[in-house]
Design a binder for this molecule. Sequence first.
Ligand SMILES: Cc1ncc(COP(=O)(O)O)c(C=O)c1O
Length: 361
Amino acid sequence: MKFRYELLDPSKQKKPYDKVPPFGVGRTNHMFVVDYDDGQWHDPRIVPYGPFEIMPGAICLHYGQTLFEGGKAFIHPDGEMYAWRFNMNAERVNKSADVIMMANCPVDLQVEGCLRLLDVERAFCPTQPESSMYIRPAMIGVQDSLGIKSSNKYIYYIMLSPAGPYYADGFNKATTLLITSKYHRAVHGGTGNSKTGGNYAASLKPYYYAHDHGADQVLYLDAANEYIEEAGAMNHYHVLKDGTFIIPAFNDSILHSITSRTILELAGMGKVKARQERIRLKDFIADLKNGNIIEAGGLGTAAVVSPNGAYMFDDGTAPITVGDGKVGKYSRQLYELYTGMQTGKTPAPAGWAAKVEHYSK
Ligand SMILES: Cc1ncc(COP(=O)(O)O)c(C=O)c1O
């Protein structure tokens, strides 16, 4: 497909940031957009970042036919820019789309749109430690219809956000999770294994509830409160005494995290020890108390590895500290291995980092 460029005049473009903005705040000058109607994607284009014109009756505004993704790109020591496993984000767009009956967007079109946008905005890519160019694809159903049905029109777009560390204190801060049976993120047969907007709207109340109890996030359990599922908007992990990372086995109420899948692939190559299991909450708590579990936390694109120093409860049970409550050595080693590969300081398997070409515009 032919890509169209409608770039801002250089005199109207804002300049790259001197100081990297906190996560989620930064913007660049342009975005990638492609439209779907009549059963086809058309007019892929790089255009100034700005508002869409959609009708007040657009299905996304009423019935939540929206999805999003989160990826990252980095400048490597050779001075070139590389997108980290973005093909997996593009594939997951279509998995999420299937869950809420949206059109699929071809993976090649998404990847090329992303690389072309990154090329235009490469000067915005931060190089400071723990910083990245965060890539945010999204898709919205825009048919003007008040009937509850699947939209026949979509906008797929990618915006970029130059970003500092996910946590203001960087990797050194251990977080706290609240264990509660009051709220659940997802159920079997629902939409939990997708990045559809509704999942995140439903997570806001539990998130503020966790904060009210002095925790950073909720440790989500399955609907029967028996198994551990997710650590807020991350997969959960814990580490056994021999340094093995245990990640809850994927099911349809857990997002199949690209970070977790990458770590499991690294385990297959002998670079880390990691596996998946169904984890019973009561076994987890017993193993935290008896010291069989020495570290724990969350895994996800935004923070990569987010070590957890304590688990709190909302039923009067005393909090439990993980190890000494600080960032543990296995979590740190994994963080360093993973971010080393992302930033090109440590070799990564072929194809994991896609070079951003210098396209003619
Ligand atoms: C609910 C949830 N779980 C897990 C993750 C981690 O997934 P990934 O590693 O693909 O970013 C995310 C973030 O994308 C998420 O929103």
